[in-house]
Design a protein around this ligand. Structure first.
Ligand SMILES: NC(=O)c1ccc[n+]([C@@H]2O[C@H](COP(=O)([O-])OP(=O)(O)OC[C@H]3O[C@@H](n4cnc5c(N)ncnc54)[C@H](OP(=O)(O)O)[C@@H]3O)[C@@H](O)[C@H]2O)c1
Length: 343
């Protein structure tokens, strides 16, 4: 098995390379800067790993590899070129994007080309997109005729602040973060579709917290496998504020990413609630720590599964590519817990 990481020199790309090295997987580091790629290989404990210098659309960087893991964000800038190159090279593709615009465009643009090439493309495989999508699949299974699915996120960071790359990505997508992004209703995705929720109960809180619409990846992926009339994403006000008030001055001031102990202290929580047309309800919670570290574990597990088992060709939601409960259970040794209840 050979897995190529594009954007391997970035803060999260380096964690992905380290996770591949920990699992003993053959890894190729790809990106646009030789010195940064070599430093990334050395830092991940694989100084002799193959390094390929390539711009974002260069399919030659991926030849001979089973899966491309794209860590080069903002994905609205790099995503199309890297997906196209992966398909041209005959590789499966996963990325760690949290960007609705990129994800929706990937489904709209590359479903046909991926099917023709016989490869699977799964965008949004990070600590939020994948667990949220898989959990929504499992929660919706508890509901007879699904009317609505609402996904909620909370990030309790401690000192584990987002990386500069994530803040730059949010700044690049600032309109989306300020508007709350896409909602889904009656077969269409649009910015003008509001969430139906004003509050949501998060674990550990005394009472439901006020929430606002938030552009979660699951809004793009969940309707692909859950026949709901309405799907929306929400977050607590402080999370919305953190992602919609970024300035160029802040980007200049923050470090590349949190130090390791701070990073590990961060906590992420996803809540999914589904309501059926007969009034039945179900709810699920998935939680973990270390946003960027979890993302590395999750995307490497996904890449392994595609390399070993494959999936149907095309652009897929996580729950279309992977068995939901089995994948979430695999994350238990990394501190990820999950549960689904009828309520
Ligand atoms: N939970 C989540 O949603 C989650 C978690 C983790 C990461 N992410 C996303 O992952 C992305 C990376 O985050 P990060 O913190 O690792 O960022 P980072 O440290 O800034 O790294 C970005 C990487 O992308 C490469 N890159 C940037 N622009 C490029 C371009 N135009 N062409 C080719 N390569 C380019 C950089 O290459 P150079 O070294 O050559 O500059 C670098 O390797 C962000 O979009 C972030 O939002 C999301």
């Amino acid at each position: 098995m050979k897995i190529v990481v594009y954007g391997a020199s970035g803060y999260t790309g380096r964690l992905v390379v380290a996770e591949l090295a920990r699992r003993g997987t053959g890894v190729v580091l790809a990106g646009r800067d030789l010195a940064r790629l070599r430093a990334a290989a050395a830092g991940a404990g694989v100084p002799d790993a193959e390094v390929r210098v390539a711009q974002a659309g260069d399919a030659a960087a991926f030849h001979g590899c089973d899966v491309v893991v794209n860590c080069a964000g903002p994905f609205v800038v790099t995503g199309d070129a890297v997906v196209r190159a992966a398909i041209a090279a005959g590789c499966h593709y996963v990325d760690i994007a949290g960007e609705q615009v990129h994800m929706k465009r990937t489904f709209d643009t590359f479903a046909g080309p991926a099917q023709q090439a016989g490869v699977s493309v799964v965008p949004g495989v990070n600590d939020d997109g994948l667990p949220g999508d898989l959990l929504a699949h499992l929660v919706a299974e508890q509901t007879e005729a699904v009317e609505e699915v609402v996904l909620g996120v909370h990030l309790a960071r401690g000192d584990g602040a987002p990386s500069r790359g994530t803040l730059r990505t949010a700044f690049t997508n600032l309109d989306t973060f300020r508007s709350g992004g896409l909602g889904y209703e009656d077969g269409r995705w649009h910015d003008d579709i509001p969430t139906r929720r004003v509050s949501l109960a998060f674990p550990g809180d005394d009472r439901p917290a006020p929430v606002r619409k938030f552009p979660l990846p699951g809004v793009v992926t969940v309707p692909r496998h859950v026949p709901a009339r309405h799907v929306s994403g929400v977050a607590k006000a402080e999370v919305v504020a953190a992602f919609s008030t970024i300035t160029p001055e802040l980007l200049d001031a923050v470090p590349e990413g949190p130090a390791e102990d701070h990073r590990r202290a961060g906590r992420w929580t996803l809540v999914v609630e589904a309501a059926g047309r007969e009034g039945d309800r179900a709810r699920g919670v998935v939680q973990g720590s270390d946003i960027q570290g979890s993302t590395a574990v999750i995307v490497v597990e996904a890449a392994h599964r595609l390399a070993v088992n494959g999936a149907v060709p095309g652009v897929l939601a996580p729950a279309q590519a992977f068995e939901s409960a089995d994948f979430l259970d695999t994350l238990a040794p990394h501190g990820v817990t999950w549960a689904v209840d009828s309520v």
